[in-house]
Ligand binder design. Structure first.
Ligand code: SF4
Ligand code: SF4
Length: 375
């Protein structure tokens, strides 16, 4: 057990937790949560640990990542302690603790200076990439201010930092979660089945779906394609699809105007999913349709808008290329698309994006533990 830290409560509030000290431990939140079970008693347990300042227990917890932030628990809390926001704040705290540079802390605490700095770097790198394409000369002036080699090397340093930060974070989390796996579990060979279960969850979001099935749920009467699990699914698969299409384009060939090239078809479908998912997520947050969507931090707004802009500008460019519309305006759209894409890559390790790595890892440990419990 870790040392108790009474200052921890005020630290967690900087990551978005509400007044969770109002909690009187009634257990309504745990009762209403469709994802908790006897092996994973949350969110009440985490609120207790937060009040006691048991940081180590929280960082070693895989159960923290089982929550999909549906907000059902916050709707029913009689003390307005915001257990759903609390869980999200804890995950931000965990990501910031695993990541070694301290930049994630600045991001999650919505530090304006850090956000402006990353955007400035993205603009520089965006201009740099933009100039690699023959025919796009708009940013030539940049090299009269900063030599080509400086921007090139800066890009290498920044992307290496991002990659190393992700790798470090994954190792740090694995070491923490491993402490909760006993020797008996380690000796059992259930790696593959646990991996398959993680893959199944990523592909189907079956656990997330159970959040919205409650009789009282706002989403119960909504179509499946309007529900939060599908919004999340669309954004995630849209982004992955675009990433794969971009890599395929790069490796196989530049298909220029061939809109029916397989990687272009994949990119189009993935782009539609991304724009659909981010549009709904932004709309739900603007309208504050449920408690889960009523509080959005600056870092989350930035993340969503950048994804949305990347999707919209991507489509604009696809149509422009297909129509061979070589106008200055389309060059500017390409520049914006490149800058936003750079920003998303830069922020991968230091933003909400990082949960794409941490949640599957935690699920892997959770499924291993679950399989052992059934034996
Ligand atoms: S429902 Fe609210 S008051 Fe009750 S245990 Fe959960 S957070 Fe605490
Ligand atoms: S936000 Fe939803 S999934 Fe998370 S603890 Fe609350 S009820 Fe459970």
């Amino acid at each position: 057990m870790s040392r108790i830290d009474p200052e921890f409560s005020s630290e967690i509030k900087k990551y978005g937790a509400k007044d969770f000290s109002a909690c009187f431990n009634c257990g309504n939140c745990t009762g209403v949560c469709g994802l908790t079970d006897k092996n994973a008693n949350f969110p009440r347990m985490f609120i207790r640990q937060g009040m006691l300042g048991q940081k180590e227990e929280i960082l070693q917890s895989k159960e923290l990542w089982l929550c999909y932030a549906c907000g059902d628990c916050s709707e029913t809390c009689p003390r307005q302690a915001g257990p759903g926001d609390y869980m999200a704040a804890m995950r931000r705290y965990a990501i910031a603790s695993y990541e070694p540079t301290g930049l994630t802390k600045l991001m999650f605490k919505s530090n304006p200076g850090f956000i402006v700095l990353t955007f400035f770097l993205a603009i520089l790198l965006g201009f740099f990439l933009f100039t690699l394409k023959p025919g796009h000369e708009v940013s030539r002036w940049l090299f009269s201010i900063l030599p080509y080699a400086v921007i090139h090397n800066m890009g290498l340093v920044i992307f290496s930092l991002t990659g190393l930060s992700v790798a470090w974070g994954v190792i740090a989390m694995t070491l923490k979660l491993s402490k909760t796996v006993d020797n008996n579990e380690k000796s059992k060979g259930n790696w593959w089945s646990s991996l398959l279960m993680v893959g199944n969850e990523i592909a189907t979001m079956n656990r997330y779906k159970t959040c919205d099935e409650d009789e009282d749920s706002f989403w119960k009467e909504k179509h499946w394609f309007q529900q939060p699990w599908f919004v999340h699914w669309s954004i995630m698969w849209g982004f992955i699809g675009l990433l794969v299409a971009t890599v395929l384009d790069f490796i196989l060939k530049d298909p220029a105007t061939q809109i029916w090239w397989p990687s272009r078809i994949l990119g189009t479908i993935a782009g539609l999913l991304l724009v659909y998912g981010t549009s709904l997520a932004i709309n739900y947050r603007l309208k504050k349709v449920t408690k889960a969507y009523s509080e959005t931090r600056l870092a989350d707004w930035i993340f969503l808008f950048f994804l949305w802009i990347a999707g919209i500008t991507g489509f604009w460019l696809e149509v422009s290329v297909a129509l061979n519309a070589n106008y200055l305006f389309n060059h500017i759209v390409l520049l914006i698309h490149t800058i936003i894409s750079m920003e998303l890559v830069l922020l991968f390790a230091f933003s909400k994006f990082a949960h794409a790595v941490y949640r599957p890892l935690a699920l892997f440990f959770y499924f291993r533990k679950g399989q052992e419990a059934k034996k």
